[in-house]
Design a binder for this molecule. Structure first.
Ligand code: WTA
Length: 654
């Protein structure tokens, strides 16, 4: 990729108020700069001190970093700890009766549970898992609706040293099977159904379907939480109700003491091939990243009420629902439903009712709520808010300003947090009491994160020029490897182009004159649809798995609410369909993709051609397809195109 010219020209800047700055944990730019300098000058002791201060160790570590097997870095390696102990047990002395979770169900029902109660539930469930034979190192798939039990399931795994692999509840049976198979999971934890937007969402039936597919034979047990009155089909000997499993189980459970580098979890994410990558995180480094960034980025204080709207199926729900807030003994809201049910005021009403002070959501949610009721927030008392956050994709300045003015009342710093499944915790984000914000920029790296933007040769690009976003030094919460695929890990993230020294994030970015980072988008074939990562290859392989399809190419096009939408160009095995026939096949293919991967991957738009635009060497010209998807006139050079006449076909909407 040659350097891209930067296109954004946003000059507004918002400094925290004096009052906010004065009360902030990291107060003012001098404090931020001092931390950065400390990290620069004494990198290892910077991280080592944080790890000693923030984590409760069963046995302390003697060495901070072992980089002898780079890029397979080891942090705090001989230290011994348990993540669930750090999230629960250690709070019991001072915070047993502090509310850990305020759960609001889809129907508005509210349940509050304390740290003592959460600890009890995690221990009981952990004992239940043990009774099924789950032990340290076993993989457990969690396929749950948002709720207290999802957190209990994850924490219980961490407690006994089992490696959880959470699969987002919107993924289909095929995707569930793929993840079970790759990880060799022995147990699946699910619910009979979930509740979203007033509707029952099947979960257990999807698990049943997944387990009937080839490749899922490793699963011995399915634990089913009864969320609704709807029953479930049952396989005796394999399936067990959650409530039966915990019956009579002890309310305490000695944590399994883990080495710092023992895997805490795997989370699958899309890359540039058809096969999702099992991102493997460590116990101590990951926990440190989640815990520390939580208190820095949100300026967390013990009396805050924090709410992150992300599902535990994504990394944000891991780091900023399950681990970061609990490790800090925070009180958090967990919401089962959707922002638009029963109406588009749901989020704002919940902020008012629960007196939320820190609110963290995705740009796509903000954009859709602007569309559905830009004035709605004004009907609610949002004065409890003091910090707002966004994650998952670049936020457009208009949405940023609306969030800042209408939701935050011009009072609350917005922390635009850039990070990834692979980085485990926020990397580039403003510390709200220090770093002035600019709409659309994730601002500056956190202290200890050595981020840069470089060209193909690894040289830093000048301000205003686009390049590859890299992180030049290892940091504790970085992905350790791809599950079962260390070669792919090395090739993808520490490529030879940079002598295997830099972590390549897969995003392009540029920096402005004041050193602020602006994320421009992915450099690989990964789309960002509503803040969710989708590999174009994954969708293409799903499409060509349909018996009607000969060939398919998938690209993204800009979308007002979702950020990006999926567009598929398809060649059928039979003749190119036209008119109503084309519409029928397109509808069938959309359903097919929903069934193969999940609704989130469904194309918005399908176009049929007798062929795809290819160079004479047979390479699909994706750039051309992207132009067609956007409805742009083709100005590119098409002289290398083997079959120019098919462009007209693909330009034709159904
Ligand atoms: C994008 C989500 C711009 C980016 C935590 C990254 C962002 C991918 C931002 C990771 C942001 C995430 N501004 N782009 N604040 N945050 N991204 O793994 O392209 O689901 O590489 O992790 O989302 O997505 P993932």
């Amino acid at each position: 990729m040659s350097t891209l010219d930067s296109i954004l020209k946003e000059t507004r800047s918002f400094a925290p108020s004096d009052e906010f700055r004065r009360k902030a944990t990291i107060s003012g730019m001098e404090a931020y700069n001092a931390l950065c300098e400390q990290a620069d000058d004494h990198y290892l002791s910077f991280w080592g001190d944080l790890a000693r201060e923030l984590i409760t160790w069963k046995k302390p570590f003697s060495r901070v970093l072992d980089d002898s097997q780079a890029p397979f870095f080891k942090w705090f390696e001989d230290g011994v700890l348990n993540a669930s102990y750090n999230c629960l047990d250690r709070h019991l002395a001072a915070n047993a009766n502090k509310i850990a979770i305020i759960f609001e169900a889809d129907d508005g029902d509210v349940t509050r549970i304390t740290y003592a109660e959460l600890h009890r539930r995690v221990c009981q469930f952990a004992n239940g898992l043990k009774s099924l034979g789950v032990k340290k190192g076993d993989r457990v798939v969690v396929y749950m609706p948002m709720g207290i039990e999802a957190v209990v399931a994850m924490q219980a795994c961490a407690r006994i040293g089992a490696i959880h692999s959470v699969v987002f509840g919107g993924f289909s049976a095929g995707a569930v099977r793929d993840r079970i198979q790759d990880a060799g999971a022995s147990v699946v934890i699910t619910a009979n159904e979930g509740m979203r937007g007033g509707k029952n969402v099947p979960l257990k039936p999807t698990v049943d379907e997944a387990l009937a597919l080839e490749g899922a034979e490793s699963v011995k047990h399915v634990v089913v939480y009864q969320r609704t009155n709807g029953g479930a089909n049952w396989t005796d000997g394999r399936d067990v109700w959650w409530h039966k499993l915990i019956e009579g189980q002890s309310e305490t459970c000695e944590p399994e003491w883990m080495n710092a580098e023992d895997p805490l979890f795997i989370l699958y994410t899309s890359g540039s091939t058809g096969k999702p990558k099992g991102i493997q995180h460590s116990t101590a480094g990951y926990l440190l990243g989640a815990m520390n960034s939580f208190r820095w980025v949100f300026d967390y204080k013990p009396n805050d009420v924090y709410w992150c709207t992300a599902d535990v199926g994504w990394i944000t729900g891991h780091s900023y629902v399950c681990y970061g807030p609990l490790a800090n003994a925070a009180t958090q809201v967990i919401f089962e439903g959707v922002p638009t049910y029963p109406d588009a005021g749901r989020f704002w009403r919940m902020i008012e009712q629960h007196k939320v002070s820190i609110f963290y959501t995705a740009p796509t949610a903000i954009r859709s709520l602007i569309k559905l009721g830009a004035d709605l927030p004004k009907q609610y008392d949002l004065s409890s808010l003091r910090v707002l956050g966004t994650v998952g994709e670049p936020i457009n300045p208009e949405a940023w300003i609306w969030y800042y003015e209408t939701v935050g009342g011009g009072r609350c710093p917005i922390v635009d947090t850039w990070w990834q499944t692979e980085t485990g915790s926020a990397m580039i984000a403003p510390l709200p009491g220090a770093v002035p914000t600019k709409p659309g920029s994730c601002t500056l790296p956190l202290p200890g994160i050595i981020a840069d933007i470089v060209d193909e040769s690894g040289a830093q690009v000048e301000p205003g020029r686009g390049g590859f976003l890299v992180i030049k030094k290892p940091f504790p919460s970085l992905v350790r490897t791809i599950w079962n695929d260390p070669d792919r890990f090395k090739k993808t993230y520490f490529p030879d182009e940079f002598d295997g020294k830099y972590y390549l994030a897969g995003d392009s970015a540029h920096r402005d004159e004041s050193g602020y980072f602006w994320i421009m988008g992915r450099i690989d074939d990964v789309l960002n649809v509503s803040g969710h990562r989708l590999g174009t290859m994954e969708i293409e392989s799903a499409l060509v798995a349909n018996p009607l399809v000969a060939e398919a190419a998938v690209v993204g096009k800009p979308h007002e609410v979702k950020g990006e939408a999926v567009v598929a160009f398809v060649v059928l095995k039979g003749p190119r369909p036209q008119g109503d026939a084309a519409k029928t096949v397109a509808a069938e293919l959309k359903n097919w993709v929903a069934h193969e991967i999940g609704k989130i991957a469904q194309p918005d738009d399908i176009r049929f051609g007798e062929n795809l635009p290819k160079t004479r060497s047979g390479k699909i010209m994706r750039r051309l397809l992207r132009s067609i998807a956007k409805g742009e006139e083709i100005t590119q050079d098409v002289s290398t195109l083997e079959n120019p006449q098919i462009l007209a076909q693909l330009q034709q909407p159904l």
